[in-house]
Design a protein around this ligand. Structure first.
Ligand code: PLP
Length: 376
């Protein structure tokens, strides 16, 4: 079988390049009530809880759909009409959380920083101090818009100090960056199958404090996106409430097995950090500049400033790289023209060096001297 042939390498924030073992796990059909299939679900849930070391306090609820479905289910179930959420925003995913809360009719306030500035702890503390009616803080761990890392441990300390509940969108960091219930007090961590866990897309999940979930019965305004009902149904008979994405689940189980074999989160972080270093060093040598300084950059996705050379055209750059089997990603910034290159997924040093060779050739083809951006 030649599954990898002609499949481009995805240097994106997800969906990502998956291993052959993960892809081949999808070659069987499963009945949703089959014992073996039910075992997959249980194993996935317990392994995800293990990832954050929250076995005694939290449960894992799986949700059909992309990551945003799990975010919406979590917000709608855990935040009541009388609550007030504070959303920390420094990118598109923070804005999306605010939008979901508005649509759900849940009260919220925001604390924004520019896209290249992490959430500010002193401002968070002052806001919570000044408004005792805030009940929840919602933070994005790695804001995939730029790849910036927010100081989740400090956010958790301040939030807990003020007696608020912390909900974390860890979509693009879960499985790669350290996030442990031993260091971070949280009521919910939300992520999905297809980012650093290297499964295929189709499942979101929430690791949620059991006592908090039990208190949330009946809160959700949605039938499908009710985290409590989804949990209760699966607790009751091990089955999904509605048709499960069976092939996605089989692939997710295989992907989590590979995470353990690789050496868990520390080993995955090491591979991604090495990918990131190779990519940044290589691109810098070609004249490109990263948006973020190194200490704010998570080894997940890297934002590069658009080159100033007048021959540079992103669409053409993208297409020529795609021809060479490397898929990159457009920028998502409101402020500066940028593009992004991911370093997660089933990729290692070999693909990073390959991508750099492709970029070097593409610059020659486009008659571009170097990737230097406009001076700020
Ligand atoms: C990918 C991502 C999401 C969810 O996006 P989907 O397209 O719904 O899977 C949410 N938050 C962050 C930070 C993400 O990176």
């Amino acid at each position: 079988m030649q599954l990898e042939r002609n499949t481009p390498w995805l240097l994106t924030p997800g969906p990502l390049t998956t291993s052959t073992a993960t892809k081949t796990a999808m070659l069987s059909d499963w009945g949703s009530r089959d014992e073996e299939f039910i075992t997959f679900n249980k194993r996935i849930q317990s392994r995800l809880i293990d990832c954050v070391g929250a076995n005694d306090s939290h449960v894992c609820v799986l949700m059909q759909g992309s990551g945003t479905f799990a975010v919406e289910a979590t917000l709608g179930t855990l935040i009541r009409p009388g609550d007030k959420a504070l959303v920390l925003i420094n990118g598109a995913y923070g804005h999306r959380i605010k939008k979901i809360l508005d649509i759900l009719g849940r009260q919220s306030v925001v604390l924004s920083t520019p896209e290249d500035v992490p959430a500010q702890i002193s401002e968070l503390a002052a806001t919570l101090e000044g408004d005792p009616s805030i009940s929840h803080v919602i933070a994005v761990h790695c804001e995939t818009t730029t790849g910036i890392l927010n100081p989740i441990e400090e956010i958790s300390q301040v939030t807990a100090h003020h007696g608020c509940k912390l909900l974390i969108d860890a979509m693009s960091s879960f499985g790669a960056l350290p996030l442990s219930a031993k260091d971070i007090i949280f009521d919910a961590v939300i992520a999905s199958s297809n980012k650093c866990l290297e499964g295929v897309p189709g499942i979101g999940f929430t690791i949620v404090r059991k006592t908090t979930l039990i208190e949330s019965k009946g809160n959700s305004p949605s039938l499908c996106l009710d985290l409590y009902d989804q949990w209760q149904a699966m607790e009751f008979n091990g089955q999904w409430r509605f048709t499960p994405p069976t092939h996605v689940i089989a692939a997710f189980d295989a992907a989590l097995e590979q995470l353990i074999l690789e050496g868990g989160q520390p080993a995955r972080l090491k591979r991604y950090a090495n990918n990131c270093r190779i990519l940044v060093e290589g691109m810098t040598a070609l004249g490109f500049e990263t948006l973020l300084p190194e200490h704010l950059q998570a080894p997940i996705i890297i934002t590069f400033k658009m080159p100033s050379d007048q021959n540079f055209d992103f669409e053409q750059f993208y297409a020529l790289l795609k021809n060479k089997n490397y898929v990159i990603y457009p920028g998502k910034l409101t402020t500066a023209p940028t593009f992004r290159m991911g370093c997660i997924g089933q990729l290692s040093a070999e693909q990073m060096h390959g991508a750099l060779t492709a970029v070097r050739q593409t610059l020659i083809e486009m008659n571009i001297k170097n990737g230097r951006p406009m001076a700020a």
